[in-house]
Design a protein around this ligand. Structure first.
Ligand code: AR6
Length: 176
């Protein structure tokens, strides 16, 4: 557990669909119509209500975020964001990934949500190297907390040991 002012940042290993927070974040694509990875898992576990709302929203640009109900999931809302596809790092990937985290947190604040869980956006099918991506994720979250406050708990939910260890190392560097 890491603390900034009133906010705690936690690392959790496991499946984000099992988390009970005000919102969990989905690593979606521009259509918001579902896919594989964490997106597939969220729609599968949450049921059709999420997709119905996504269809009405009609898509989401990279780096932005949209909100829906969470259907059968234990959390209240799903915040769908779209990370960049990694194409070597010279195509604004870092900025877009930063924005994906930041805009998700902004939306959470708008809805007065206090607890939020993030998967590791863009580091699966979208190919963003975990070492670089975790730095950006942590930076974006810390800057949001310092500037905007409001959120009480940010949970990074990592699906595998390797990603968890990378996040742990980075957070320990920042906080110790
Ligand atoms: N809980 C937490 N993390 C998970 C889960 C889960 N249930 N399942 C997978 N992960 P990815 P992206 C991890 O590919 O790279 C989709 O098809 C996974 O191990 O889900 O942003 C979308 O529709 C990895 O570390 O998302 C898009 O088309 C991380 O989540 C595209 O993939 C992200 O991997 C988005 O690609």
């Amino acid at each position: 557990m890491y603390k900034i002012n009133e906010t705690t940042i936690n690392l959790i290993k496991g499946d984000i669909t099992k988390i009970k927070n005000d919102a969990i974040v989905n690593a979606a694509n521009n259509t918001l119509l579902g896919g594989g990875g964490v997106d597939g898992a969220i729609h599968k576990a949450g049921g059709p209500e999420i997709l119905e709302q996504c269809k009405k929203i009609g898509g989401c640009p990279t780096g932005e975020a949209r909100i829906t109900v969470a259907g059968k999931l234990p959390s209240k809302y799903v915040i769908h964001t779209v990370g960049p596809i990694y194409r070597g790092g010279e195509n604004r990937e870092a900025e877009l990934l930063y924005n994906a985290y930041y805009s998700s947190l902004k939306l959470a604040k708008e809805y007065n949500l206090k607890t939020i869980a993030f998967p590791s956006i863009s580091t699966g099918a979208y190919g963003y190297p975990i070492y670089e991506a975790s730095d950006i994720a942590i930076k974006s979250v810390i800057e949001f907390i310092k500037k905007e406050g409001h959120i009480l708990e940010v949970n990074f939910v990592l699906f595998n040991d390797k990603d968890y260890k990378v996040y742990e190392e980075k957070l320990n560097q920042k906080f110790n």
